[in-house]
Design a protein around this ligand. Sequence first.
Ligand code: NAP
Length: 255
Amino acid sequence: MTTSGHDQRIAVVTGASSGIGEATARVLAAQGFHVVAAARRADRIAALADEIGGTAVVTDVTDPDAVAALAEACDRIPGSVSVLVNNAGGAKGLASVEQADLEHWRWMWETNVLGTLHVTRALLPKLVASGDGLVVTVTSIAALEIYDGGAGYTSAKHAQSALHRTLRGELLGKPVRLTEIAPGMVDTEFSLVRFDGDRERADGVYHGLTPLTATDIAEVIGFVASRPPHVDLDQIVIRPRDQASATRAHRVEPR
Ligand code: NAP
């Protein structure tokens, strides 16, 4: 079902140029949302928006001016912003605290934490005004546990989760639902980004097991977005069957 004009429901998805964000944009578009696809890689989001009948807005979520422009772009689309999916993010490196790469830490905190802050702040008034808003934040099982070499990422995801969960109290009485999605291993460009384009190392993360796909996560987000306004799916942890924790997985052929 699609809607048009002032009844149109708009969903803003950050990090829509690949992986979970791209799959989520497709699922929400199929549910009738006009999807605003935001990310830095212009060619990818333009092709996606073209395919799903949405709008591409090139956005670096770490840049407050770019995020303000994203909010302004939403004002030019008929309808109301009723869904925000804070998905842009990722990890860089796997260094110990002693060997920490400050640039990696800065990237992880700026993208996952401050990026979520900038976009949420900019769009909250619109989500409230829609009368039935939803903020989905894609954190990670790294928001729930820690592991050796993971402090930069786990600390950023813990902080992103704390920011998101704080909204649950602050927005009480306002028409906005809040859902945290905490995935385990999902086969996307995540590990390629984490290991700076090292394909072999990235593939090793998923070796010998069946990881989740981006669509597995997107379908759950679609389910969340299709609940009635009084139903708030608060926190959803999704792992592959073969993964018990960030560091414990069953592999058919161990490396
Ligand atoms: P991915 O394929 O690497 O996608 C990451 C997305 O974030 C890309 O679209 C990227 O777009 C965007 N992004 C990165 N920096 C950005 C910035 N400064 N401004 C705007 N967009 C930015 O990885 P993914 O697995 O789909 O990751 C999506 C989310 O899921 C992340 O928050 C990640 O931490 C989380 N997660 C992933 C896994 C996993 O195993 N894959 C597990 C748990 C949680 P551009 O580069 O085009 O800007």
